[in-house]
Design a protein around this ligand. Structure first.
Ligand SMILES: CC(C)(COP(=O)(O)OP(=O)(O)OC[C@H]1O[C@@H](n2cnc3c(N)ncnc32)[C@H](O)[C@@H]1OP(=O)(O)O)[C@@H](O)C(=O)NCCC(=O)NCCS
Length: 248
């Protein structure tokens, strides 16, 4: 186990690496509440593991009062966690955070309220979670992932992915763009409506094709007219009776 002072040195170095705004050693030591919260957690977690549960909670609440960051003493935090700005960040009791993770302000590693036991996320190594992102439930975020600001992530995410949106969906994996071709991939109520509309559109199109085939004995061209070529079928051909009614 590395000593507290060694971990402080590592944490400060990690701030210089991640934050271009960091200027001096004194500034980082005194003006980064994210670091103070992590150091408070080292103490509260030690108390928690040694059975002093009430004292552990009390220390974590003092740290929250001073920093605006709430880390439950039961949470397991890896090395060089950098909580940038920090205010409003919450890390739940059964959360596990790997090494070299950056969390921006307002991030929640929380439960869904429906699970018991292990009910908070597990984050791998080298992950960055954007401001306001909510990661909920016993899910796993793989190594080297990036979670977009404001995302709500409810499902596990494979390594090397970028997730954005509500609910979170993968937009980049292994450096390549992931194009969503099926609305089911997004899994939100709006995509259910789109799926239903697409199905109805497909059925209507099939019916229309059947009827036109019966009426004309030929398949109409239903491709979208981009203005570059004349349509194959005139309105007169399609709706002969109606057309005659409107002739002057
Ligand atoms: C998610 C993130 C890391 C992606 O960055 P990136 O790899 O440069 O990716 P891009 O900006 O090319 O975005 C890829 C796609 O995701 C979309 N996207 C990016 N971030 C998004 C977000 N937070 N919410 C919704 N969509 C987002 C982009 O619009 C783009 O879609 P498009 O190609 O259809 O236009 C970045 O956008 C982000 O949110 N970083 C968090 C930073 C933060 O919290 N800063 C706070 C400092 S205090």
């Amino acid at each position: 186990m590395i000593s507290f002072f060694h971990s402080v040195r590592e944490d400060v170095a990690a701030v210089f690496e991640s934050d271009p705004a960091a200027r001096s050693y004194a500034e980082v030591l005194l003006c980064y509440p994210g670091l103070h919260a992590v150091w408070g957690h080292h103490l509260s977690h030690w108390l928690w593991r040694h059975g002093m549960r009430f004292l552990a909670r009390f220390v974590s609440q003092i740290a929250r009062l001073l920093t605006g960051i709430e880390i439950h003493p039961g949470a397991e935090i890896g090395r060089r966690l950098f909580i940038d700005h920090g205010m409003g960040t919450v890390i739940g009791e059964t959360a596990i955070v790997g090494d070299d993770v950056t969390l921006y302000q307002g991030v929640t590693l929380g439960g869904t309220g429906k699970e018991k036991g292990k009910r908070h996320p597990t984050l791998g190594n080298n992950i960055s979670v954007g401001s306001g992102a909510k990661l909920l439930g016993n899910i796993t975020i793989g190594d080297n992932c990036r979670v977009g600001a404001g995302s709500v992530v409810l499902r596990s995410v494979p390594a090397n992915s970028t997730i954005v949106g509500v609910p979170g969906h993968i937009v980049l994996r292994d450096g390549k763009r992931v194009v969503i071709t099926d609305p089911k991939d997004i899994r939100d109520p709006l995509s259910d409506v789109i799926i239903k509309l697409a199905k109805e559109m497909h059925e209507l199109r099939e019916k229309f094709q059947e009827h036109s085939h019966e009426a004309l004995g030929a398949e109409p061209n239903l491709t979208i007219d981009d203005g570059t070529s004349p349509p194959n079928i005139s309105p007169q051909d399609l709706f002969q009776d109606d057309y005659q009614d409107y002739q002057i």
